[in-house]
Design a protein around this ligand. Structure first.
Ligand code: IPD
Ligand code: CA
Ligand code: CA
Length: 263
């Protein structure tokens, strides 16, 4: 292990996000954006690849002993300290010109995400957290401000985001989604990293989603948990390793798990 503090690692992640924003924003809505299809039949752009190459180069230079897991270029190294990168979360939005997308950078130690940055330059906003140091949101040009999840106590008063009907349907959870929607105040499909950041800021109370990879989730976790929320799989396991996500303001978590377990 190294002698870097979480504050040092957070500073590095913020610097990497700054470089990433310059690359991604320059390519957002570019007429010559190159879109190709990956073997898993999902789209990738030249911006996804350029951002991940930039972040990897920055990590290799500043933390040569750390390992890396990234969506576009896989894994390298086997250190207990692992940087987990999604260069552009919301590629489908990015390539269609919707501003809801962001770069996700997390540091996990022994598989537990402890530092993260979610940077969404087209929304002019960035969120960050380090374990034990709180969660913050920063509007471009302003100072970071502490954020906190909502205090909504009952599912019937909750504003939820389910992100995509296809996702719940594909996972065999459509009935639970319909039932959950009937019992809450409002249900919307916000999508991608933004839903989780709105949860961390207290604007949404519950977000659930299926068919996710560790790099889709790792950076969300320190921000949500440091904002006072809870993040597990839909069956209650902690961490980004279980293929799906249930994030709440904490108060609602047990009732949400119960609602999703009903068959
Ligand atoms: C996608 C986003 C989205 C989720 C998809 C992911 P990408 O990531 O995380 O919210 O519903 O399953 O593939 O591909 O845009 O990085
Ligand atoms: Ca993603
Ligand atoms: Ca991505």
């Amino acid at each position: 292990m190294t002698d870097f503090s979480l504050a040092d690692d957070l500073s590095l992640a913020l610097a990497l996000a700054g470089d990433a924003d310059l690359i991604s924003l320059d390519r957002f809505t570019a007429l010559d954006l190159v879109v190709t299809t990956k073997p898993d039949r999902t789209p990738v752009t030249d911006a996804d690849q350029a951002v991940e190459r930039s972040i990897r180069a920055g990590i290799r230079a500043a933390r040569p002993n750390d390992s890396i897991l990234g969506e576009e270029y896989g894994t390298e190294g086997d250190s207990r300290r692992q940087w987990i990168i999604d260069p552009i979360d919301g590629t489908a939005n990015f390539l269609r010109g919707l501003p809801i997308w962001g770069t996700l950078i997390a540091l996990a130690i022994d598989g537990v995400p402890v530092v993260s940055v979610v940077s969404s330059p087209a929304l002019g906003k960035r969120w960050h957290a380090a374990r034990g140091h709180g969660a913050f949101a920063q509007v471009r040009g302003e100072e970071p401000k502490p954020i906190h999840v909502s205090a909504v106590e009952k599912l019937e008063d909750a504003f939820i985001s389910y992100n995509s009907i296809q996702g719940w349907d594909g996972a065999g959870y459509l009935d639970q989604l319909v039932e959950l929607s009937r019992g809450v105040w409002r249900a919307r499909a916000v999508g991608d990293m933004w839903a989780y950041m709105l949860l961390a800021e207290g604007s949404l109370d519950l977000v659930g989603e299926f068919d996710l990879q560790p790099y889709d989730m790792a950076a969300l976790i320190p921000i949500i948990e440091e904002a006072g929320g809870r993040f597990t799989s839909v069956t209650g396991e902690p961490g980004p390793w279980h293929g799906n996500a249930l994030a709440t303001n904490g108060v609602l978590h047990e009732s949400a798990l119960e609602a999703l377990a009903r068959r």
